[in-house]
Write a new protein. Structure first.
Length: 583
């Protein structure tokens, strides 16, 4: 700038009381030695803060100003100028709304600079003032060769991910948060978080505040992994953006909320179930990824072995009776039932589901969501459904005696009832319902079969290698006498995030109920007697079924032992005499 203009700036700084005349005179004298701008010199000497200097300079030039920070800059837009051109022009594109590009410039009143940036970006310009040093700092961060885009620098287009029926920020929302939510960096960050989950086949996204960062973790193959993070300054805007598209109350931060988002990502329709929870450091958001493409419609993709396919089909294809899928939370029970429903769906069948909550929305299926606040429980909904002429009824979970009794009665009166239960194995499902108070003779008559399942991680094909498991694992598997067996695992690579595993498959034990088994269920005193009998009719415990995956070189021995831990070594040894007697 010319000396005359600098003098006007100096006078303004003195008039505003930002610097004294002595400080200004000292800065002017020092300025002659290195030809730095007056403002920069005042900042270097500690006479003036960058924020105060920026405000004063903007007032002097009659322009808008900005102090650059992460979250204000869309990295895809920043790269509209290459590094050398941006450095020469002392400019950095920030974000784009329609055809208007907002650019931080050291000289926003320079028409040649504005024309040049406009020509290079083919956009109308909204120039804003930023300090030289601030621009240079963020040019290095966003345009340098070693750019750390950690998790919020993203280059996504609308065709890659699109929110369906997107709403705008509530008018009552704080203006600053509203502006941040509407800015494309926050939108791109949320898009990136969702896109990463879809591409890595994650089941959940955890967005949680910490003292230093906002941590974004993904549950991939059953385990949480932190793949992304963002500055804590962005947390409120991220939460607000998710609440807006999830149709939640953006102003309510003290109570838990639930919402739902429908997006199109990579050409697929995906539902996200949103849950917010207030914590000491801010609201935590968890998004459950509900990708319909994960509903495998073939038994082989579910992981049902060839030796069980016929038995699986017989259990689920009977016109009436009850079939239960058991296992702990996260073992894939709901996915299995949805896949079965998809296989059973036909124009001539009336299929009704009762769920809490409805996860996947299926075409041609009547889905009911439980609402206990208004009295719509599983049992009450099930009683009403029986008057709706159903052929197949899916009950999300049998939680209490009332639901269990109604489900069994429905199965005995000509309906096929599918449901889930939390038990460790298939024989335990019968005992659990009997303990709930359902008469054994009714259970014996109603049961078609029980499917117990677990999900085991499969070896990553990109880093597969042979290894020898520890002796304790071989002992638990009963394989100490097989020293020449070859075992495989994944070493860990970028494709599997250094875990050695990529994807999961099901481990199933199927208890098919025929007339002989019905008789046993009616007479048996406990779970062990049921096991002893059904062993003779083809049932095998989960651990034995899981070890087939190791024999087929699809999973590791340690992984199978981990997910089938309920079948302890003592139980296996206890069952061996019964098996020997039966054979």
């Amino acid at each position: 700038m010319k000396l005359r203009r600098l003098s006007k700036l100096g006078k303004l700084l003195v008039d505003e009381g930002l610097v004294s005349e002595d400080e200004l005179r000292h800065a002017l004298e020092a300025q002659t030695q290195d030809n730095k701008r007056l403002g920069e010199k005042l900042i270097d000497l500690g006479f003036l803060s960058p924020k105060a200097m920026l405000s004063a300079l903007a007032k002097h030039l009659g322009v808008k100003c900005v102090q650059l920070r992460h979250g204000l800059i869309d990295p895809a837009v920043a790269r509209l100028l290459d590094r050398d051109e941006a450095a020469r022009l002392k400019a950095l594109p920030l974000f784009k709304v329609g055809d208007v590009l907002t650019v931080a410039m050291a000289e926003p009143q320079s028409l040649p600079t504005i024309d040049r940036v406009s020509a290079l970006t083919d956009c109308q310009l909204n120039p804003v003032l930023a300090l030289d040093g601030n621009i240079a700092e963020f040019q290095e961060k966003y345009l340098g060769e070693q750019v750390d885009i950690d998790s919020f620098l993203v280059n996504l287009t609308e065709s890659e991910i699109k929110v369906v029926e997107q709403e705008t920020v509530d008018d009552d929302a704080p203006q600053e948060i509203g502006r941040m939510v509407e800015g494309s960096p926050i939108i791109n960050l949320v898009n990136l978080a969702i896109m990463t989950a879809v591409r890595d086949k994650a089941s959940d996204i955890h967005i949680e505040p910490t003292k230093k960062i906002t941590s974004i973790r993904y549950r991939i193959d059953g385990n949480l992994r932190e793949l992304m993070s963002a500055p804590t300054s962005m947390h409120s805007a991220i939460v607000s953006r998710i609440k807006v598209i999830g149709k939640m109350d953006i102003a309510e931060r003290r109570l838990p909320q639930e919402g739902r988002i429908h997006v199109v990502a990579e050409g697929r329709e995906i539902d996200l179930r949103v849950s917010s929870m207030p914590t000491l450091l801010g609201e935590k958001i968890v998004l459950r990824i509900l990708d319909k493409s994960n509903l495998n419609v073939t038994l082989e993709k579910l992981g049902v072995g060839a030796q069980h396919v016929d038995r699986f089909r017989r259990v689920f294809s009977k016109p009436h009776g009850i079939v239960l899928v058991t296992g702990p939370t996260g073992s894939g029970k709901t996915t299995t039932l949805y896949s079965v429903i998809d296989l059973l769906a036909a124009p001539e069948k009336n299929i009704v589901t009762i769920e809490d909550p409805v996860e996947y929305q299926l075409d041609g299926i009547n889905q009911i969501q439980v609402n206990e606040h208004v009295g719509l429980t599983f049992a009450r909904a099930l009683r009403s459904i029986l008057r709706q002429d159903p052929d197949v009824i899916m009950v999300g979970e049998i939680r209490d005696t009332d639901t269990a009794r109604v489900a069994v009665q429905a199965a005995l009166t000509g309906h096929l009832v599918l449901s889930t239960l939390h038990t460790n194995n298939a024989p335990g499902a019968f005992v659990r319902l009997a303990d709930m108070g359902v008469e054994r003779y009714l259970l014996a008559s109603a049961f078609n079969g029980v499917l117990a399942q677990r999900l085991a991680r499969t070896i990553c094909p990109y880093c597969r290698t042979s290894y020898y498991p520890p002796e304790s694992a071989l002992r638990d598997a009963g394989w100490l006498d097989q020293p020449n067996r070859v075992y495989y695992k994944g070493e860990g690579c970028k494709q599997c995030h250094d875990s050695g595993f990529r994807g999961r498959t099901g481990i199933y034990e199927i208890l098919e109920v025929n007339e002989e088994v019905r008789s046993c269920l009616h007479r048996a005193k406990d779970e062990e007697q049921i096991k002893e009998f059904v062993r003779q009719h083809g049932w095998r415990p989960l651990r034995e079924e899981g070890l087939r995956l190791v024999e087929e070189e699809r999973s590791t021995l340690e992984e199978v032992l981990r997910v089938t831990h309920v079948e302890t070594e003592q139980r296996i040894r206890a069952e061996q005499p019964a098996l020997a007697a039966a054979t």
